[in-house]
Design a protein around this ligand. Sequence first.
Ligand code: G6P
Length: 369
Amino acid sequence: EAAEKGGYEHFMIKEIYEQPKAVRETMTSRVAKDNSGITFEELNWTKDDVSPIKKIAIIACGTAYHAGIVGKYLIENLSRIPVEVDVASEFRYRSPLIDEQTLAIVISQSGETLDTLAALKEAKKLGARTLAVTNVVGSSIARDSDQVIYTWAGPEIAVASTKAYTTQLVVMAMLAIYMGAIKGTLTTDKVQALCQALRELPAQAYEVLEDVEPIKTFAQQYGFNEDVFFIGRSLDYAVALEGSLKLKEISYIHAEAYAAGELKHGTLALIIEGVPVIALATQQDVYEKTLSNIKEVKARDAVVIGLGLKGDQQLEKYVDHTIFIPATNKFLTPILSVIPLQLLAYYAAVTRGCDVDKPRNLAKSVTVE
Ligand code: G6P
């Protein structure tokens, strides 16, 4: 096992560090080197395949569900197709409105999650076209779907998912651009800019991983708190959900993610002196609004760690600590902003002496209902 860990103490940290490579591999042969567009040889769609899609239903569990939330945002913005996202265990029991004009996208690292597999079957039964996004070649979900896009993350061993998530996000981004280009909702310039930004991601992810010391210090400083809150708006909120799941899963700290604007409708009551709040502020179109939410929690004496974009001169005036990530296209920020949160969860778990790779009560792949 030590050899498999390749010198790392845990599989999770090894997999966190494999993300630049995993992201690059997932884009290989899909993002054109001249930035002219996205190719999915496994789909080979034309206008006749994309135009009939009136709705997309994304179905997944756990971390893959969080990738689906980002996917909704990207697909709706870039390809202008309405998307709903469900956790697989809810999907089947709510009489979903699915028909032949629906594309059901199931996301699953393992391709074996029973709830997701059952939801896929249900979507098929209702007439939907199905597309799997999975990391395991020949898995049950891959076999049962009409079409498959593989994430090329390589084997993921740690129970808490990291590189599978970032590669799922890369697939969601590529798919959104792909459909947008086919439908004509994206201009050539936009496609080019997005492709260029995608190709810069591996080096930028590497840059984030090089700046680990401050994150380690925060984990040691706040790792014994019993509650942590994550706030953010739009894509930052989606990433906040994943950051809080990571922390819960492996460090057993009670963590909650809130859409920053929703704080005032209840959660603000829990913000008292010394409570750590991780505030994501990478989305420029909601930046000022997020700052005002940061002020709200600061006014209650929370300790705020702000996660922003390099070059942001304002953020540190409002927060106690900062973490900065390289700037990229706003739709791709989640692929970078999640990395410090994975590291924070990892080092918090290590600080607390938790079994990082095998957290209590959890399994890598859940094949029971
Ligand atoms: C389990 C794992 C999670 C994972 C979820 C969905 O709960 O512990 O890390 O996100 O299953 O797994 P899947 O293989 O379908 O992506």
